[in-house]
Design a protein around this ligand. Structure first.
Ligand SMILES: NC(=O)c1ccc[n+]([C@@H]2O[C@H](COP(=O)([O-])OP(=O)(O)OC[C@H]3O[C@@H](n4cnc5c(N)ncnc54)[C@H](OP(=O)(O)O)[C@@H]3O)[C@@H](O)[C@H]2O)c1
Length: 254
C-alpha cells in the first residue's frame, strides 16, 4: 500500500507511538485520522498537521468505532489503513494479577483491536484494498516474568492478526503485526497496574518515531511481522509457520 494519498486511521494518536506515527504518515503524504479519548490532545496535534481529522474515540466502545469509520468515509470516501495502536500495559506477577485488570487490558489490547478490524473491513473489502497494522509488543515473542498478563494480550493479538491475514488472503487487504521493544512514551507511566521491571529500565528506549518507521514499513510492504529497529526487520514470529510441524523436544520436563 502506497502511503502518499492513503487515508490512514491511527488509534491512540493522542500520545507516544500513535502521535509519532500520525506525524510520520502525514509527512509522507497520507491523510491522517487521529483517534483517542483525549480530545484536546488530538486537536493540538491536528493543528500541527493541517487537514488531519481528529475524532474523539474510545476504542472499547463499538459505537465509537462505527462513528469513527463513518466520519472517515464521509470525509474522504475511503479508508485505506488502520493502525490499531491504542493499548495499555499490565506489569504484575501472575500471582498478583487482579482479574478485573486483566479483563480491562484484554478489552483494550485485543477485543477493541478485533472490533476495529471488523469495523473497517467492509470498507476495505469494497475497495479490494487495505492495510491493517496491529501494534503488538516484543514482549510477546519471549517469556518475561512480571509481564504475563500484558504479553498474553499481545500474543492473542498476534494470533488474531495471523488468522485474519490468512482469512483475508486474496481480498487485497493485508494484516501486519509490528513488535516494538521498550519505547520512550507515556506507556510506563500509564500502566493499568504494576511497574516497569528493573531490567526494562536499563534498556535504552527506542524513540517513538522508530516504531512509526516500522509501521510505515509494514504498510508499504505488507510484511506479516515487523520487529522495530533501525532499519525495521521482517521476522518469522513463530515456529511452525507456513504449515511446518513443530519440532519435538528431546528432553521432556526441563
Ligand atoms: N512504550 C513501550 O515501551 C511499548 C512497547 C511495546 C509495545 N507498545 C505498544 O504500543 C502501543 C502504543 O503505546 P505507547 O507506548 O505509545 O503508550 P502511550 O503513550 O501510553 O499511548 C497509548 C495510547 O492509547 C490510547 N488509548 C488508551 N486507551 C484507549 C481507549 N480506550 N480508546 C482509545 N485510545 C486509547 C491513549 O490515548 P487516550 O488516553 O487519549 O485515549 C494513548 O494515545 C500500545 O499498544 C502498547 O501496548 C509500547
Amino acid at each position: 500500500m502506497e502511503i502518499e494519498g492513503a487515508v490512514c486511521v491511527v488509534t491512540g494518536a493522542s500520545s507516544g507511538i500513535g502521535a509519532a506515527t500520525a506525524r510520520l504518515l502525514y509527512g509522507r503524504g497520507a491523510r491522517v485520522v487521529l483517534a483517542a479519548r483525549r480530545a484536546e490532545r488530538l486537536e493540538a496535534l491536528a493543528v500541527d498537521l493541517p487537514g488531519a481529522l481528529a475524532v474523539t474515540t474510545d476504542v472499547t466502545v463499538a459505537e465509537d468505532l462505527e462513528r469513527l469509520v463513518a466520519r472517515v468515509v464521509d470525509a474522504y470516501g475511503k479508508l485505506d489503513v488502520l493502525v490499531n495502536n491504542a493499548g495499555q500495559g499490565l506489569h504484575v506477577a501472575i500471582e498478583e494479577i487482579d482479574p478485573a485488570d486483566l479483563r480491562a487490558v484484554f478489552e483494550l489490547n485485543v477485543v477493541a483491536a478485533l472490533v476495529g478490524m471488523q469495523t473497517v473491513l467492509p470498507v476495505m473489502r469494497s475497495q479490494a484494498a487495505g492495510s491493517i497494522v496491529n501494534v503488538s509488543s516484543a514482549t510477546s515473542l519471549r517469556i518475561f516474568p512480571g509481564l504475563g498478563g500484558y504479553s498474553a494480550t499481545k500474543a492473542a493479538l498476534n494470533m488474531i492478526s495471523e488468522v485474519a491475514r490468512l482469512e483475508l488472503a486474496g481480498s487485497g487487504v493485508t494484516v501486519s503485526v509490528v513488535y516494538p521493544s521498550v519505547t520512550a512514551t507515556e506507556f510506563h507511566d500509564r500502566l493499568r497496574a504494576g511497574h516497569v521491571a528493573e531490567g526494562a529500565r536499563k534498556i535504552p528506549p527506542h524513540p517513538a518515531e522508530l516504531v512509526g518507521e516500522a509501521i510505515a514499513f509494514a504498510i508499504t510492504t505488507g510484511e506479516a511481522h515487523v520487529l522495530v529497529g533501525d532499519p525495521p526487520r521482517p521476522i518469522i514470529a513463530r515456529q511452525g509457520e507456513g504449515g511446518q510441524s513443530f519440532p519435538t523436544r528431546q528432553t521432556p520436563g526441563s
